[in-house]
Design a protein around this ligand. Structure first.
Ligand SMILES: C[S@@+](CC[C@H](N)C(=O)[O-])C[C@H]1O[C@@H](n2cnc3c(N)ncnc32)[C@H](O)[C@@H]1O
Length: 261
C-alpha cells in the first residue's frame, strides 16, 4: 500500500481517535493512564538501544529470505543490517510501550512472531524476567544476529526458534498449553494473520493479550484487523494506529477503542 494511503488513514485515525477523555471503560482508562500514555525510561533500555545503534551503523549485507509479506521496500535478496534496523524493527517508542504492557500484565507465556534483529524481544524479556518467551524468526542471517545480541545482553529467558512460523508456532502453543501474550509481528497478510489468530484461540485465557503490529500496513492487514475485532471471543480492542491490542476479558462489554498515545 502506498505512503499516501497510510497518510490518509492516519488523518482519519486522528479524526476518530480519543485521548483519556473519551474512555468510559475503567479497564481501558487505567490502561491508558498507567501504561499506554506514559513516558518512562528504565536503565536497561540503554544497552538495548546501544545494540540497536550498532545495527544502524553496520552496513554489512546479509541474505534476505522472504517468508512473509515482504517489505515495503520491495523484494531484495541482500540487505544491509543498517537498512533492516532502520525499517523492520519496532521504534524505541513502541518497543518501550510493549515493555510497559508486559511489565503491567506480567504474562507468563509469551510468543513473538518475527524476531528480526531481536531488539523488541530484548524489551519483552526485560519486562518479564521470570516469563517464558518464545521468539520465532525464519531468516537464518537475522536469527544468527539476534541470538548473538541476546548473549551480548546476557538475556536468558528467551527460547529462540529459527525457522518458519508454520513450523514453530503451533508446537510452541502446544508446549505452553496456555498463552498469555502474543506479538504478531511478521507475515503481514490476511490469510496467515487470520490463521495465526485462529490457531491461538484454543490457548487463550481471559487475561491473554494479543498485539497485532502494522494494522494499517496494507488493505489485507486492515481487513484482518476488522475480522479480529468482530470475533465473538474478543471483548475489547484498542487501535493505536501503529498496532492493535486485543483482549478477551470476560464480563467486559464488547468495545473497540481508537486511542492516541
Ligand atoms: C517486522 S519484522 C519483526 C520485528 C521485530 N519484532 C522487532 O520489532 O524488532 C518481521 C520478521 O518476521 C520474519 N518472518 C516473516 N514471515 C515469517 C514466517 N512465515 N516465518 C518466520 N519468520 C517470518 C521476517 O523474516 C522478519 O524478520
Amino acid at each position: 500500500m502506498g505512503k499516501w494511503q497510510q497518510i490518509i488513514d492516519y488523518i482519519h485515525f486522528i479524526g476518530r481517535s480519543n485521548n483519556s477523555h473519551g474512555i468510559h471503560s475503567p479497564f481501558v482508562f487505567n490502561l491508558y493512564n498507567e501504561v499506554l500514555n506514559v513516558k518512562k525510561e528504565y536503565y536497561f533500555f540503554g544497552p538495548i538501544e546501544s545494540l540497536r545503534a550498532s545495527y544502524l551503523n553496520n552496513h554489512e549485507e546479509i541474505d534476505m529470505v522472504d517468508l512473509g509479506a515482504g517489505s515495503a521496500l520491495g523484494a531484495a535478496s541482500k540487505r544491509k543490517i543498517s537498512k533492516v534496523a532502520a525499517t523492520s524493527l519496532q521504534s524505541s517508542k513502541n518497543a518501550a510501550l510493549l515493555f510497559r504492557l508486559v511489565d503491567y500484565f506480567q504474562p507468563k507465556n509469551i510468543i513473538e512472531l518475527g524476531t528480526s534483529l531481536g531488539i523488541t524481544t530484548c524489551y519483552l524479556a526485560k519486562a518479564a524476567k521470570k516469563s517464558n518467551i518464545v521468539s520465532i524468526e525464519g531468516n537464518p542471517a537475522l536469527a544468527s544476529i539476534a541470538t548473538q545480541g541476546f548473549q551480548k545482553l546476557a538475556i536468558q529467558n528467551i527460547t529462540f526458534k529459527s525457522g518458519s512460523f508454520d513450523t514453530h508456532f503451533l508446537p510452541s502453543l502446544n508446549e505452553f498449553k496456555q498463552v498469555d501474550f502474543i506479538l504478531f509481528d511478521g507475515n503481514h497478510r490476511l490469510e496467515p494473520t487470520m490463521q495465526y489468530f485462529e490457531q491461538s484461540l484454543p490457548f487463550i485465557n481471559e487475561n491473554t493479550v494479543f498485539i497485532f503490529d502494522d494494522i494499517y500496513w496494507s488493505n489485507e492487514m486492515k481487513q484482518a484487523w476488522q475480522q479480529i475485532k468482530g470475533n465473538s471471543q474478543v471483548s475489547v480492542t484498542i487501535d493505536l494506529f501503529d498496532m492493535g491490542l486485543v483482549f478477551f476479558r470476560k464480563g467486559q462489554k464488547k468495545q473497540d477503542f481508537l486511542l492516541r498515545v
